[in-house]
Write a new protein. Structure first.
Length: 173
């Protein structure tokens, strides 16, 4: 897949050699970065954790939908099993939010803030591969009702792009 983007596809100053960032006018406004032969997408309008979770505020019910970023799902491998918390469970920041087993690693993902679990993605029990196929859409993990919002320590899409790019560069060495 060849990303479309800025004319010339020029790299952002400060990105390492072999890394190309392109702002794509693709569904829902994603920014793409290419590291080696891999293309990673970061969805604008979401907040992110350092662990690679995306968070999208749901204005209709004051909840936050949570999922794995494109980089986290690609670098972890194909999802084979997902364990999610029970609806109604109260989580403190850092408690286990989800466990994702992949062909490469087993991930234990921490809750990014104190919250109550409002909904979980039941489709993942039968189709964990949704995490890989559509990480920002059908592959979401849970919806949380935060105790306080916005939570501390979260990054916007641009800040996460810089962190993720550095992680991808390091992993490609």
């Amino acid at each position: 897949m060849q990303p479309s983007g800025r004319s010339g596809g020029s790299a952002r100053p400060g990105l390492a050699r072999g890394v190309k960032e392109e702002s794509a006018a693709v569904e829902n406004h994603f920014t793409q970065v290419t590291v080696g032969k891999f293309i990673f997408r970061v969805k604008s309008g979401c907040l992110y954790t350092g662990e690679g979770l995306w968070l999208a505020w749901q204005t209709s019910d004051d909840t936050v939908r949570v999922g794995l970023s494109d980089y986290l799902q690609q670098s972890s491998g194909d999802a084979a099993f997902v364990e999610l918390p029970a609806v109604g469970q109260t989580l403190r920041r850092g408690d286990d939010l989800a466990r994702v087993e992949t062909v490469k690693v087993d991930l234990t993902l921490p809750a990014p803030f104190a919250a109550t679990v409002i909904a979980v993605n039941a489709q993942l029990a039968a189709s964990p591969e949704l995490i890989n196929q559509d990480p920002y859409g059908e592959g979401w993990l849970a919806e949380l009702k935060p105790d306080a919002w916005p939570a501390l320590g979260l990054m916007d899409a641009d800040a996460y792009l810089a962190v993720m790019t550095a992680q991808a560069e390091e992993a490609s060495r």
